[in-house]
Design a binder for this molecule. Structure first.
Ligand SMILES: Nc1ncnc2c1ncn2[C@@H]1O[C@H](COP(=O)(O)OP(=O)(O)OP(=O)(O)O)[C@@H](O)[C@H]1O
Length: 853
């Protein structure tokens, strides 16, 4: 039966007159008359007991005690709709004109001003402020009666115990059965304990049902090629290198981008821009031709040696990425141990880096800051032999503000004169005759083009379309007509879930419970969250000890990695572990010390147990984490590019992968079009999930039992939060930082992620909070400076696409700050650190308060 949401609180009373049995069936007027009769002639007086006849009108209704209703501040939503939104005047009825108690029905409610119009007919009373005239029936249960929406057939009331009405803190204990009543009784004054399943806005989009016929699974777009001719040898690699790839690295054939890049870079000495989707093997696409040409110089005993000079410099934006590239190079060079690679990335003393440089190196992997530092201060670092300068993850290099350093490095390398014939008896003719710059990126954003202008000359644009091997492209740079849009791997199964704010946390728990219900279905999952404080809260919450009832079963848990560094970043994921499948939880964000980040990431990478990584975007770029089969974007990304990098952590090198993004009902549903633009088949490639579906699958049970289980789970987490000042503060911090991070979406997308429509009260529930949002003040977090008026101006400007960055609303500044924060601990070198600090000061006055990296 459809639910029209008409709710009444049926409350028990000790007075015998109320203990009469329920009158069921028939029209409501008939039932009403019957009940009146049952109560006898004085029933109205009893109901009106307590009326103050002091000349003032007394009001009844949901918010009677607050009448006349207070004007609502923008940020003062409560988790309880009844409290939160001042209802229209007609809902407040002077008591003298009040209908008989039984007749009390809530009048039309105006939809809240700042969120999408929702089903008007779904209402509930604040139990603590129950209208005096409410009807009570036996059993002590507060029951919701719903009627068929279409027919309004009041003859067949549907009493549904599991759907709980909202409760404010003052309800007498025992008024409502099930878990809610205990919570209400225990709630402190001013707290709000709200029901999960009432007052949720519904989706505005009409979702098409997926077609009946089974769709052909999409062919992987970043897999090694299967064409017989596509062997490494056919591309021009030596047998030695090809055999090493095949036997020691398990790579039998190149990927499409490798095919295009190797062919080009072995025979031609032009600059190159390599653009290919995530997980397509770009690292080897530039490393293989470099190593091949260094190998070709070595004939018999005449080999290059570590002190022959630096032939290639590879720049990457973060230490993690540098280490990852160094790892791939190290494996590759096992077939040519006389070629030496090393890193200069900070994190250890400059002296030891200098010592390594002095010993000699042929391929140097560096972060721009640290390399600039060494170029200025380390005499032994000579760049005269450098033939290749590779800029990996170009967009990230620019985002982190390395433009100046890169300019300096490019200048330094170009200035030094190049030796091209012989070097200590070694034939140099196999090497490029000129210096080559290679720029790599998965996206072609404006900032990448800017980096291209700084570093490339007459470059070729190398792209690959594996669907049509004839079109493996080597294009003149700047050929806009042929430019391929960056897309997600075709085999990635992308879904989105439209989940109301209140249900977010419990839905995430449900998804993870289901994903790890059986051993082997999902091995590794990554959950992306917008800010560090929120990561910390979710990590602690998901790893909290199970409640005593569950604790009776002894669950065998795998041993966690030992070590000081990871003791606070790795824990058992108790929430979604089952007795047959224990899950290990990791957390990662830019505010953790570098050595902790490295150790945590290593543990996640090497783990053979099922595990989950909860992290910020710090783990979204370039990291090659093996066996990640599920990516959940719990908080939507800050830009479409970020989304593609995040989901690119799965479905790598032709493997399968799933991704799910959470969206709120309303404006956020527009994001579906952006998701669809990453796929050839558009929206058909996407799967739609509702919160109800996800909850039902995760919490199980028969009928609507999942609702009760979900409610129990949510209440348990709320208790856990309330009972400890530490976790309460953690939840509040997470909540506040989340809201601030929400304001930092790129201007183009801010009409989708619109602060105006963000329901702060419902969002508080997703952080297991019972506070009214306006009252959440966390020490150390300054309140946002933007006024409501500022926000509207910003929203209007964003809509017109004319946001002025210099006079930007806080969102823009905070977004910049987020980018800087994100990798702050990664950026190395004293100069780099000074530069970052300076930029932080320039960009924001709120640097220290804001912890969303
Ligand atoms: N020819 C190949 N055959 C099989 N696996 C490969 C091949 N080339 C690369 N891989 C694997 O593919 C994965 C992705 O490679 P890589 O990290 O270089 O991708 P990428 O294009 O740089 O991705 P991103 O844009 O996310 O940084 C790695 O695990 C790598 O070992």
């Amino acid at each position: 039966m459809a639910d029209d949401g008409m709710l009444m609180n049926w409350e028990i009373s000790d007075t015998p007159i109320f203990a009469k049995p329920t009158v069921q069936g028939g029209r409501w007027k008939d039932r009403l008359a019957a009940k009146r009769q049952a109560r006898g002639p004085h029933s109205r007086e009893i109901f009106r007991e307590g009326r103050q006849d002091n000349g003032k009108e007394e009001y009844i209704g949901p918010n009677a005690s607050e009448h006349p209703p207070k004007k609502q501040r923008f940020d003062d939503h409560s988790a309880n709709d009844d409290i939160q939104h001042a209802p229209p005047a007609e809902e407040y009825i002077p008591r003298s004109r009040a209908p008989p108690a039984e007749e009390y029905t809530p009048r039309t409610r105006a939809p809240p001003r700042n969120r999408p119009v929702q089903e008007e007919s779904r209402r509930s009373f604040v139990a603590g402020k129950l209208p005096l005239g409410s009807i009570s029936i036996g059993g002590g249960a507060s029951k919701k009666i719903t009627f068929d929406d279409d027919t309004r057939d009041t003859r067949k009331p549907y009493v549904d115990d599991k759907r709980k009405p909202f409760v404010a803190g003052k309800l007498p204990a025992g008024s409502i059965n099930n878990g809610m009543s205990k919570e209400v009784a225990a709630a402190k004054p001013g707290q709000v304990v709200s029901s999960l399943f009432t007052f949720n806005p519904s989706s505005k989009t009409k979702f098409e049902e997926p077609p009946e016929e089974a769709q052909e699974p999409a062919q992987p777009s970043n897999a090694p090629l299967t064409d017989e001719m596509a062997t490494f040898v056919n591309l021009g690699l030596s047998r030695r290198l090809a055999a090493h790839l095949s036997t020691k690295m398990d790579m039998k054939a190149p990927t499409a981008i490798q095919k295009a890049a190797i062919t080009q870079m072995i025979k031609d000495d032009s600059d190159a821009f390599i653009q290919a989707e995530t997980g397509s093997g770009k690292t080897l696409a530039y490393l293989l031709p470099i190593v091949e040409r260094l190998l070709a110089m070595s004939k018999g005993d005449a080999k290059i040696h570590r002190d022959s000079g630096i032939f290639a410099i590879i720049l990457a934006p973060t230490r993690e990425l540098c280490k990852q590239i160094a790892g791939v190079l190290e494996r590759l060079l096992r077939c040519a141990p006389w070629i030496v690679g090393t890193t200069v990335i900070g994190g250890e003393s400059k002296q030891s880096e200098k010592a390594r440089l002095r010993k000699g190196v042929n391929i140097l992997i560096a972060t721009p800051g640290r390399l600039s530092d060494h170029l200025d201060n380390t005499e032994v670092l000579k760049v005269a032999q450098v033939r290749w300068l590779v800029l990996d993850e170009g967009d990230r290099l620019m985002e982190l503000g390395f433009e100046e350093e890169i300019k300096g490095i490019v200048e330094r390398v170009r200035r030094s004169s190049l030796r091209v014939e012989t070097l200590n008896g070694i034939d140099l003719t196999a090497l490029p005759k000129r210096r080559i710059t290679v720029l790599c990126s998965a996206t072609m954003k404006m900032n990448v083009q800017r980096l291209g202008e700084i570093s490339l000359t007459d470059a070729v644009h190398i792209q690959a379309d594996p669907a049509d091997e004839d079109t493996l492209k080597v294009l003149p740079a700047g050929d806009e007509t042929e430019e391929k849009k960056f897309s997600a791997p075709a085999q990635l199964k992308q879904a989105y879930a439209v989940v109301p704010a209140k249900l977010r946390l419990v839905t995430l728990a449900s998804i993870l419970k289901r994903a790890f219900a059986r051993r082997g279905s999902v091995m590794k999952a990554i959950v992306f969250i917008s800010c560090a404080d929120s990561v910390d809260f979710h990590f602690s919450m998901f790893s909290r000890p199970p409640p005593p009832a569950e604790g009776d079963t002894v669950i065998e848990r795998p041993e966690l990695p030992k070590g000081e560094l990871t003791k606070d970043t790795i824990a058992h994921g108790t929430t979604f572990s089952s007795d047959t499948n224990s899950v290990v939880l990791h957390r990662l964000h830019g505010s953790l010390a570098q050595n902790i980040r490295t150790a945590t990431l290593k543990a996640f990478t090497q783990s053979t147990e099922p595990c989950v990584l909860i992290c910020t975007d710090v783990a979204s770029r370039g990291l090659d984490l093996p066996n990640v089969d599920y990516v959940i974007e719990y908080d939507p990304p800050f830009s479409a590019e970020d989304h593609l990098h995040r989901v690119g952590r799965t479905a790598r090198a032709g493997r399968e992968g799933r991704a799910l993004i959470f969206l709120l009902p309303g404006e956020e549903e527009e994001y579906i079009s952006i998701l669809a633009s990453g796929y050839k088949e558009g929206k058909k490639a996407l799967t739609h999930n509702t919160a109800d579906d996800l909850l039902r699958k995760g919490f199980g049970g028969t009928g609507r039992e999942w609702e009760e289980r979900a409610t129990e789970w949510q209440l348990e987490v709320e208790r856990w939060t309330q009972e400890s000042p530490k976790y309460l503060e953690m939840a509040r911090r997470g909540y506040q930082s989340h809201i601030r991070a929400y304001a930092t979406h790129v201007a183009d997308e801010r009409h989708i992620f619109n602060m105006q429509t963000l329901h702060l009260g419902h969002l508080a529930k997703a952080f297991a909070l019972r506070d009214k949002p306006g009252s959440i003040k966390v020490p150390g977090l300054r309140p946002a400076k933007m006024t409501k008026a500022d926000r509207s101006v910003a929203a209007r400007k964003a809509k017109r696409g004319e946001v002025d960055v210099d006079k930007a609303p806080e969102g823009e500044r905070v977004r910049k700050q987020r980018k800087l924060d994100l990798d702050m601990p990664t950026v190395d070198g004293n100069d780099a650190a000074r530069r970052m600090k300076k930029k932080m000061k320039e960009h924001m006055a709120v640097a220290s308060e804001f912890n969303i990296g």
